[in-house]
Design a protein around this ligand. Structure first.
Ligand SMILES: Cc1ncc(C[n+]2csc(CCOP(=O)(O)OP(=O)(O)O)c2C)c(N)n1
Length: 352
């Protein structure tokens, strides 16, 4: 009798475990982190285009739960720290890495780089280096979906720094007033460059501000990615019914603002303490604890991801660079007068 109960009990566990999305969500978070670790290596090798690189290591939960809760047809904008969101929404690591390396096979043929990557096919309306710059773009997109009667949602991802930008409040008001299929998603990593959130705002729970605009709000401040996914999905589904929403995800930026920033404005103890709040470690320990996957199964996922990202790095390094004659192509609209060529420009400067 005891054995039957035991087997039944085990079966119930297995049944509920087979329904869990945790392995999938774990994989997405791990792919984001491994991608960014390789991008960091690319930077050290001197293979990235430009000197700025903003990593979202430590912030993978937000990108994963909201990115995965969006439907394929949905669109989004990100700030300068948006690699993770694009991966979560289906971005191809090869083409992303090539873009960051400024190469021809990149999503924007290497002309956007890390901070200005975009891809209309996957709904990426553009990363934006202007703090808050991506927010009004989703308002325009959502107005078009409403007008065209398309059941799509547009999501703006931004950091806590953008919470102090007026454009967010104009946009939240428009979304509320016109009942737009929009979600504002604040990835609150506690820092705006070197300024800690405690030194920037009096009331730190930003979702309270959104409440006053009549938006549906969600505040996530733990490491349970599966719960965060379901809660985010509810907010996105409501937005699809023209009830706009706001999601705030509290997390911690494990490294500096950009790749060269050694974070002199915060002490090691704080970093060590906050890095314990690692959504990836938490998810893997939860999977082991609840017998969803064992250690060797998790290691096997990690190895596959590591190989995938090694290949993406090689792809980027081996991708060709654009010919000089291609530089202005796809940059200006075809109706605009053609800009002068690079050679002409250089000659003009040298002859001054
Ligand atoms: C309008 C504007 N002001 C200032 C800057 C300089 N700047 C670049 S990133 C940044 C901090 C942004 O912090 P946050 O929005 O929290 O995003 P995070 O970098 O933390 O992801 C600032 C002030 C800018 N790019 N745009």
């Amino acid at each position: 009798m005891f054995l039957i109960y035991f087997l039944l009990y085990k079966n119930i566990i297995l049944m509920s475990n087979s329904n869990t999305l945790l392995p999938e969500l774990y994989s997405t978070m791990k792919r984001i982190r491994t991608f960014e670790e390789r991008v960091s290596e690319l930077f050290i090798k001197g293979e990235t285009a430009g000197s700025m690189l903003h990593l979202s290591i430590g912030e993978e939960l937000g990108a994963t739960c909201v990115g995965r809760a969006m439907q394929e047809k949905d669109t989004f904008t990100t700030n300068h720290r948006g690699h993770g969101i694009f991966i979560s929404k289906g971005g191809d690591p090869n083409r992303m890495m090539a873009e960051i390396a400024g190469k021809k096979d990149g999503y924007c043929k290497g002309k956007g780089g890390s901070m200005h990557i975009a891809d209309m096919k996957l709904g990426h309306l553009g990363a934006n280096a202007i703090v808050g710059g991506g927010i009004p773009i989703v308002i325009g997109a959502a107005m078009s979906y409403k007008y065209l009667k398309e059941e799509r949602v547009s999501v703006a991802f931004f950091g806590d720094g953008a919470m102090q930008q007026g454009i967010l409040y104009e946009s939240m008001n428009m979304a509320s007033l016109w009942k737009l299929p929009v979600v504002f998603c604040c990835i609150n990593n506690q820092y705006g460059m070197g300024t800690k959130i405690d030194d920037a705002v009096g009331v730190k729970q930003f979702s309270k501000r959104a409440e006053s605009f009549g938006l549906n709000t969600l505040h996530i401040n733990d490491l349970d990615v599966e719960n965060a996914y379901y809660k985010s999905k509810e907010i996105i589904d409501l937005a699809r019914k023209k009830q706009p929403g706001f999601i705030e995800i509290e997390c911690y930026r494990f490294f500096g603002h950009a790749r060269m920033d050694k974070s002199p404005y915060r002490d090691d103890e704080e970093e060590l303490e906050m890095r314990k709040k690692d959504p990836i470690l938490y998810a893997s320990s939860l999977m082991e604890k609840n017998n969803i996957l064992d250690k060797s199964e998790i290691e096997s996922i990690d190895r596959k991801i590591s190989d995938e990202m090694d290949k993406a790095m090689d792809f980027a390094i081996n991708s060709p660079i654009n010919d000089k004659s291609e530089i202005f192509k796809d940059v200006y609209s075809e109706e605009d007068p053609a800009p002068i060529s690079v050679d002409e420009r250089i000659n003009k400067i040298l002859s001054l």
